[in-house]
Design a protein around this ligand. Structure first.
Ligand SMILES: [Zn+2]
Length: 441
């Protein structure tokens, strides 16, 4: 048997642990996992030595914003940033693009906009909004990886939130399809208006109880319907116990958090530094520690970026007003380094990071060929130097806009090469985008 590609590493992060191995690739897929020094016939044989071999990351929370708000981001720029950051699959959020992905017709527009522009594989979330109940089944059939809803104003008028009764009826409909609902869980009744440059005021305006009240609604609706529900971008660590309790009771609930909640703390945010604005907000260092514990205990299932950029002028750069600035942090290219920087300090292994950022999100989105170095899976591979430190230079970011709170931070762990279905994406990459549009597997 002659393979197309063999990639060897003394530290290959496999589903059953990290060990020396050779990953043998035929066509787009992993054909076999051999021993590190095994004689394997191959057209190309790459020895990474002590560099780590990770599965390509799966980022299930990316706002690409194309079509309609392509000046905010776009498929070409977002997927180049993903490739540079070791992310080989992204799932695009249904809102901020125009039209929002709330019908099959809109999904087709989205796919047409993405076709031929993607450097990594791209799957799509559908949206659940008031009035589109009849579209949920057809969108599911069309291959969306699940549905997103808000329980609070989404920030854009074309993607309104669900009321509690609508949340129940959507979950009931999705239970019949065994489809997943992912929920932006903040409760408007617990949120006060905020304005001005003071980060503390902004933080106080969106207290942990706003997440708690919304998550309670999700848990009760998931319990009543038997549907699968997922909490996106959990920030308030006090909710970890409630999520653990729901899981223990057999409610089909999962949760994610994001690199910025695990890396930054409110104490570090300067007044007027609107590049840190996101909703829910980055909370204090005690909260961050508790979030890490929730992740390490397995209550929080995944870490995904919530990459949600906008043009710099929408970040209110002149006033530094947290009330005016668009909420969203761009980090698609930096998430792996940011999470690893803290995780290694905490004594965690890259196995944990691969589970949080590749295997678990792939399972969440129903993409069985993604997120693992195992025979039959797509040959999505990342060569990673876990010891190399670098300072984030916004000029090196491939995002459309380089605004990021990580600017000037020193992170540890750098992506050296990425392969998508056996094709190199960085050194030696093809001239043309090689990403494919994916459907739920
Ligand atoms: Zn988001």
């Amino acid at each position: 048997m002659r393979y197309d590609l063999v990639v060897r590493s003394r530290r290959a992060v496999l589903p059953d642990g990290t060990r020396p191995a050779a990953v043998a690739v035929s066509g787009p897929a992993i054909a076999a996992i051999g021993d590190y020094g095994e004689r394997l016939e191959a057209s190309q044989d790459v020895d990474l030595g002590d560099l780590v071999l990770l599965p390509g990351l799966v980022d299930t929370h990316v706002h690409v914003n194309e079509p309609g708000r392509t000046e905010w981001e776009g498929f070409a720029t977002a997927t180049r940033a993903a490739a540079a950051g070791g992310v080989t699959t992204i799932c695009d959020m249904p809102l901020n693009s125009l039209p929002p992905t709330v019908s099959v017709a809109a999904l087709e527009e989205k796919r047409a906009a993405a076709a031929g522009k993607c450097w990594v594989d791209v799957a799509f979330w559908g949206g659940a909004v008031p009035g589109n109940a009849a579209e949920l089944g057809p969108l599911h059939e069309a291959g969306v990886v699940g549905f997103k809803c808000f329980l609070i104003d989404s920030g854009v008028p074309e993607f309104p939130p669900l009321e509690v009764a609508e949340l129940r009826s959507v979950l009931g409909a999705l239970a019949a399809l065994d489809a997943l609902l992912i929920v932006h869980a903040e409760d408007a009744a617990e949120i006060k208006p905020a304005s001005g440059r003071d980060y503390g005021s902004f933080l106080a305006s969106r207290p942990p109880v706003s997440e708690r009240r919304a998550i309670e609604k999700v848990i009760s609706a998931a319990a009543a319907t038997g549907a699968r529900a997922h909490i996106v971008h959990l920030s308030a660590a006090e909710c970890v116990a409630m999520i653990a309790g729901a899981k223990a009771a057999g409610i089909r609930l999962t949760a994610e958090t994001c690199p910025h909640y695990l890396y930054f703390a409110a104490e570090q945010v300067p007044d007027g530094a609107t590049e840190f604005k996101c909703c829910p907000p980055v909370r204090d260092a005690i909260n961050r520690e508790a979030l890490w514990r929730g992740l390490e205990a397995g209550v929080i299932d995944c870490v995904v970026s919530d990459h949600s950029p906008c043009p710099p002028e929408l970040k209110a750069p002149d006033t530094g007003d947290f009330g005016q600035a668009w909420g969203g942090i761009a980090s698609l290219q930096l998430g792996l380094s940011a999470v690893w920087t803290v995780a290694r300090r905490r004594g965690r292994a890259l196995d944990d990071v691969a589970r949080w950022m590749a295997a678990a999100p792939a399972a969440l989105a129903g993409l069985p060929a993604k997120g693992r170095l195992a025979p039959g899976c797509d040959a999505d591979l990342v060569a990673f130097d876990p010891d190399e430190a670098y300072t984030v230079d916004p000029a090196q970011l491939q995002h459309r806009h380089p605004v990021t709170p990580y600017a000037g931070r020193t992170l540890t762990g750098r992506v050296r090469q990425t392969w998508l279905r056996g094709m190199p994406l960085l050194e030696g990459a093809s001239e043309a985008p090689v990403g494919r549009l994916q459907k739920r597997g």
